[in-house]
Design a protein around this ligand. Structure first.
Ligand code: PFF
Length: 454
């Protein structure tokens, strides 16, 4: 196994690269539509509990597994638990990464189309209905989305081949703060639209009568997806962390940044959706229909501003997606490179090629391959369901069992406290959650969804 590993160059770089993986389409595209389909505020509350009770400890675990082993996610289990079946947790993670990357890149490709549209001022003078029909026509087109999909995967490929420090870190440092500022501006724009208060209410007033097993599964899946957890992504990144990185503090920063951005995205989308009368449960098309509208309506007297902001927004959205696709690609590339002993570039080529093929099927399943269904779902929805709602939480469950029960307690404490040099106030609670709460809670949510609890 190769171990000529580079490190991230700075503390800020570590946080921003990890946050760059976490913050992406999951926050701005997937969170609002999942929240919208599951009733809004109640879903968000359950989501928050999942992030902070399950997500944080599991993130620290991924960090410590990665940094301790300094290997790709499957290799990590071989180092820490030689000759044991634990390596299958790593394999499942790599497979999940590969599948997510395939359908995620389809949506990431859509953002490129919207950059072009914003760039040629194509949103001007259009109404909500125009945006809706334009999106449907585009996403069902058999060629255009494929071109963008391939383009996006090639961009990801390029950064991966350039390497960790130069590519990922430098990139995240500029992009993340910019994205944050623009999102704040958009929240103000959206809140200023007429009738936006209904959207705020939808976000803030929980209606628990709508909570069922699907809401729990959806919120848990979204938490894992959004935090990039359960598939060894942060484990792979942590293998590039240095010895003095504070794992628990980094996890907390990433969790807070990620959650904050998701809530802000909700504060952009829902007020805007209610303002123009688009149903919050419109599904994956939600942001692509509501957002162009926000730009048009919020700056009615100043078309230049709507032009600049919409263009900037889609560029930043594409970049946020890129820092996430890079992280997924890295999981699979590092695995192939280290386990099969082929060069990084060749490994990256296999990953990019494979994802292009699967991605094409996912994209076409929204249009000309609509009639092909497996378990009642098209490829795109199937990939999303199987990964976010099954593989990631299952991965998270095994990661918590591995850290809580298998790994030596001393090793765990040693990693989290950096050899006793850091005071970590919640260490005992953290281990308790990993041993009992997280595995039991995840198992219960699965069992509940199967209908065995009612
Ligand atoms: N967390 C990313 C997002 O919210 O867009 C998606 C993601 C990245 C999921 C990396 C899983 C992963 F390993």
């Amino acid at each position: 196994m190769k171990n000529d590993r580079v490190n991230f160059g700075s503390k800020l770089g570590v946080i921003l690269a990890s946050a760059g993986s976490a913050v992406g389409l999951g926050n701005i595209w997937r969170f609002p539509y999942e929240a919208g389909q599951h009733g809004g505020a109640a879903f968000i509350l359950i989501y928050l509990v999942c992030v902070f009770v399950l997500g944080m400890p599991i993130m620290i675990s991924e960090f410590l597994i990665g940094r301790r082993s300094r290997a790709n996610t499957a290799g990590a289990y071989k180092v820490l638990a030689p000759h044991s079946p634990w390596r299958w947790v790593g394999f499942m993670g790599v497979l999940a990464g590969f599948l997510i990357l395939s359908y995620y890149s389809v949506v990431a490709g859509w953002t490129l189309e919207y950059i072009l549209e914003a760039g040629v001022n194509g949103f001007a003078h259009k109404s909500a209905t125009d945006f809706k029909s334009a999106f449907i026509a585009f996403s069902q087109n058999p060629v255009r989305p494929l071109v963008w999909l391939i383009g996006f995967l090639l961009m990801t490929h390029y950064v991966i081949v350039k390497g960790v420090k130069k590519g990922i870190e430098r990139f995240s440092k500029v992009m993340m703060p910019l994205l944050f500022i623009l999102i704040l501006i958009l929240v103000f724009c959206s809140l200023s639209l007429p009738g936006s208060n209904k959207g705020v209410e939808f976000l803030l007033h929980p209606d628990f009568s709508k909570v069922n097993s699907e809401v729990f599964l959806g919120a848990m899946g979204q938490a894992f997806f959004s935090l990039s957890l359960g598939m060894g992504c942060l484990c792979t990144y942590a293998s590039y962390f240095s010895k003095d990185t504070n794992l628990s503090r980094t996890a907390f920063s990433v969790g807070v940044i990620d959650t904050f951005i998701a809530i802000l995205a909700g504060l952009i989308i829902f007020p805007a959706a209610f303002s123009v009368g688009i149903s919050p449960d419109a599904g994956p098309s939600l942001i692509f229909i509501t957002l162009p509208n926000v730009f048009q309506q919020a700056f009615i007297g100043a078309p230049v501003l709507s032009y600049i902001f919409s263009l900037m927004f889609y560029i930043l959205l594409a970049l946020a997606a890129l820092t996430s696709t890079i992280s997924m690609h890295e999981v699979v590339t590092a695995f192939i490179h280290e386990e099969f002993d082929i060069s990084r570039t060749a490994a990256a080529r296999w990953v990019t090629g494979g994802c292009i093929v699967l991605g094409i099927f996912c994209s076409l399943s929204l249009g000309i391959l609509q009639h092909i269904k497996l378990f009642g779902l098209g490829f795109f929805d199937l990939f999303d369901f199987v990964t976010a709602k099954i593989m990631l939480p299952l991965g998270g469950m095994f990661i918590s069992l591995f850290t809580g029960w298998y790994l030596d307690r001393k090793l765990v404490e040693d990693e989290v406290t950096n050899g006793g040099t850091l005071k970590v106030p919640f260490l005992k609670l953290y281990i308790f959650i990993l041993k009992y709460i997280a595995p039991i809670a995840i198992a219960l949510i699965f069992i509940n969804e199967l209908g065995l609890l009612s």
